[in-house]
Design a protein around this ligand. Structure first.
Ligand SMILES: NC(=O)C1=CN([C@@H]2O[C@H](COP(=O)(O)OP(=O)(O)OC[C@H]3O[C@@H](n4cnc5c(N)ncnc54)[C@H](O)[C@@H]3O)[C@@H](O)[C@H]2O)C=CC1
Ligand SMILES: O=C(O)[C@H]1O[C@H](OP(=O)(O)OP(=O)(O)OC[C@H]2O[C@@H](n3ccc(=O)[nH]c3=O)[C@H](O)[C@@H]2O)[C@H](O)[C@@H](O)[C@@H]1O
Length: 482
C-alpha cells in the first residue's frame, strides 16, 4: 500500500509502519521501488515545495523534531520516498492523506477568523484530475466542520473514479511528535455511514492497528471528528489561558501559581497537565483553530458561544502584553536604549517553529519602545527571526536591525544587558552560569522568567531582581503600573 501526502510533521505516522516492516491491510499493496519483490507498504511524501522536498532528501531536514532525523535516515530510499511528482503519487496511492496548511484567512469573507481552504481545494482538484482508480482521501489537516462534504463534492464533481473521504485529525504536539505518534491517547477516524464509507474507515483503522491498540481507535461520523479536533485544541488553549488568568490573580494576591496549579491539578477530575503558566501560548494551531471555531459559531448564529471561545485568545494576548508591561515598568518605566537579552524565540522548547510564538509579540513591543533586543535561540534559524520581526513590526530589515541583534549564545546575548527575559523554556537555560552572566550585566540586573523554569531564590541570592509569572512579586521590582 502506498500512502501519499502527509506533511512534514505527520510523516512519522507512516514511518512507524515502515519501521515495523508491517504490511498494512490495504487492498492494493504496491511493490517497493527499491525492492520490487517486496509487496510491502511504502510511503510517498509529495509536496509542491521544491526546497522542502530537497531538504527532506538531504541531511538537513526542513524541521527540527527530536528523534525524527533518525527515523527518516533509517527509512528513506527503502520504503519512504520524498518527491514533488504529485501526479505519480496520486496515481499510485490507495490512501491519500491530505495534510496541507489551513491557515487563518487573511482577506475576504471571514478574514482573521475562518480557515483558508485554498490549498485543500487545490489538492482535491489535483486528485480529482489525476486519479484513475478508487481512493480513500483522508483529511489530516485541521479543517472546519463540513469540509469533507465540500471536498466530496469537488472530488466527485471533477473526478472519474470513486472517492471515500475520511476525517482523521492529528493530535501530536511539536517537540514530542515522535512519542505522541508512537503512543497516541487516541486515533480518531470519522467516516460516512455508507457501506463504502465504513469499509474505508476499517481500512484506515487497520493501518493504525499495527501499533495502536484497537480500543484507542475511535470511529465517529465525519462531523464529530472534524469538530472534535477544533474542540480539543480550544480546550487545551483554554486551560493555558485559565492558568494564565490565575497567574494575574496570584501576582495581585501573593499566591503562587505553581502551587495553585498543583493543588487544583491533583483533583483527578481536573488533572495536572496543561496548567503551566507562561508568557502566553503560541504555535501554528491554537489561535488558528479557536478563531476557526469562533467563526463557525458566528456563522451558525451562536454569538455568545463564539464570544466565550474568543475570550481564550483575548486572555492570551493580554498575558503577552502583561509580561512586556512588567519589563517596562520593572526597568523604571522605560526601556528606550536599554539592552534586553531575549532567551528563546521558538513557541515552545524542542522545536525550531516560531509560528505565533509569544517571543515575536514581545520583541515587537520592545522594538516599539526603542529597546535594544539581543535574541538567542538554540534552534530557530536567523532568517526566520528576521522574517517574523519584519512581518510583525512592518518595518524593513534595516530598520529592525537597528534594534535587534541575533546572538550565538545566551552569554553573548546577556553581555552588557539590563535584563534577561526568558521567552522559551529550553532546558539549556536552566544550566547557565547566572553568576558569570550577572558579572557582565548592567546593575541592578533584572531577570524576567516568562516560563517559570529558573531557580528564582538562587537568582535573587546572586543579586538579580526577579519577576516570574504568577509568583509573589519581588519587593525590589518596580510595580508602579495599572
Ligand atoms: N504542525 C503541527 O504540529 C500540526 C498540524 N496540524 C494541521 O496539519 C496541517 C498542516 O500543518 P503544518 O504541517 O504545520 O503546515 P505546513 O505549512 O508546515 O506544511 C504544509 C505543506 O503543504 C504543502 N502544500 C500546500 N499546498 C499543497 C498542494 N496543493 N499540494 C501539495 N502540497 C501542498 C506546503 O508546501 C507545505 O510544505 C494544518 O491543517 C494544521 O492545522 C494538525 C496537528 C499538528
Ligand atoms: O493541532 C495542533 O497543531 C497541535 O496543537 C497543540 O500542539 P503544539 O501547538 O505543537 O504544542 P503544545 O504543547 O500544545 O503547546 C502550545 C503552546 O501552549 C504553551 N503551553 C502549553 C502547556 C502549558 O501548560 N502551558 C503553556 O503555556 C506552549 O508553551 C506552547 O506555546 C496540541 O497540543 C496538539 O494536540 C495539536 O495536535
Amino acid at each position: 500500500m502506498k500512502l501519499t501526502w502527509p506533511p512534514a510533521v505527520h510523516l512519522p505516522l507512516c514511518l512507524r509502519e515502515c519501521l515495523d516492516g508491517v504490511v498494512s491491510g490495504g487492498s492494493r499493496s504496491g511493490p517497493c521501488p527499491s525492492a520490487p519483490h517486496l509487496h510491502a507498504p511504502f510511503f510517498q511524501i509529495v509536496d509542491i515545495s521544491v526546497p522542502r522536498i530537497a531538504a527532506w532528501n538531504s541531511d538537513e531536514l526542513p524541521i527540527y523534531e527530536p528523534g525524527l532525523d533518525k527515523v527518516v535516515k533509517a527509512c528513506r530510499g527503502k520504503n519512504l520516498f520524498f518527491s514533488t511528482d504529485l501526479d505519480q503519487g496520486i496515481r499510485d496511492a490507495d490512501i491519500i492523506f491530505v495534510a496541507v496548511n489551513t491557515p487563518t484567512k487573511k482577506v475576504g469573507l471571514g478574514a482573521g477568523r475562518a480557515a483558508d481552504l485554498t490549498y485543500w481545494e487545490l489538492a482535491a482538484r489535483r486528485i480529482a484530475l489525476v486519479a484513475e482508480t478508487p481512493k480513500v482521501v483522508v483529511e489530516k489537516s485541521t479543517v472546519p466542520i463540513n469540509t469533507a462534504e465540500a471536498i466530496s463534492a469537488v472530488l466527485h464533481g471533477a473526478g472519474k473514479t470513486r472517492f471515500d473521504i475520511l476525517s482523521n485529525p492529528e493530535f501530536l504536539a511539536e517537540g514530542t511528535a515522535m512519542t505522541d505518534l508512537d503512543n497516541p491517547d487516541r486515533v480518531l477516524i470519522g467516516g460516512s455511514m455508507s457501506e463504502s464509507g465504513q469499509a474505508a474507515v476499517a481500512k484506515l483503522a487497520d493501518v493504525y492497528a499495527h501499533w495502536v491498540p484497537r480500543e484507542r481507535i475511535l470511529t465517529t461520523n465525519v462531523w464529530s471528528s472534524e469538530l472534535s479536533k477544533l474542540v480539543a485544541n480550544s480546550f487545551l488553549a483554554q486551560r493555558v489561558s485559565s492558568i494564565n488568568a490565575v497567574s494575574a490573580i496570584c501576582e495581585a494576591s501573593g499566591a503562587d501559581v505553581d502551587e495553585v496549579a498543583r493543588a487544583v491539578g491533583m483533583d483527578s477530575r481536573i488533572g495536572p497537565k496543561f496548567l503551566k503558566a507562561s508568557v502566553g501560548f503560541g504555535g501554528s494551531c491554537f489561535q488558528k483553530d479557536i478563531l476557526n471555531l469562533v467563526y463557525l459559531c458566528q456563522s451558525m448564529g451562536l454569538p455568545d458561544v463564539a464570544e466565550y471561545f474568543h475570550s481564550v485568545v483575548t486572555m492570551n494576548d493580554r498575558q503577552k502584553e502583561r509580561f512586556v508591561s512588567r519589563i517596562i515598568h520593572g526597568l523604571f518605566n522605560t526601556v528606550t536604549g536599554k539592552r534586553i537579552a531575549l532567551l528563546g524565540f521558538a513557541f515552545k522548547k524542542d522545536t525550531g517553529d516560531t509560528r505565533e510564538s509569544a517571543a515575536i509579540e514581545i520583541c515587537r513591543r520592545l522594538i516599539e519602545e526603542r529597546a535594544s533586543v539581543c535574541i538567542y535561540d538554540p534552534k530557530v534559524e536567523a532568517n526566520q527571526i528576521w522574517m517574523d520581526l519584519t512581518a510583525a513590526t512592518r518595518l524593513d530589515r534595516t530598520e529592525v536591525e537597528k534594534y535587534v541583534t541575533l546572538c550565538d549564545s545566551a552569554y553573548e546575548a546577556a553581555a552588557g544587558a539590563h535584563a534577561l527575559a526568558v521567552a522559551t523554556e529550553w532546558d539549556e537555560f536552566k544550566g547557565l552560569d547566572y553568576a558569570k552572566i550577572q558579572d557582565g550585566m548592567v546593575k541592578p540586573s533584572f531577570l524576567f522568567d516568562g516560563r517559570n523554569v529558573l531557580d528564582h531564590g538562587a537568582l535573587r541570592k546572586l543579586g538579580y531582581i526577579v519577576y516570574a509569572i504568577g509568583k509573589p512579586l519581588d519587593p525590589k521590582l518596580n510595580t508602579n503600573f495599572c
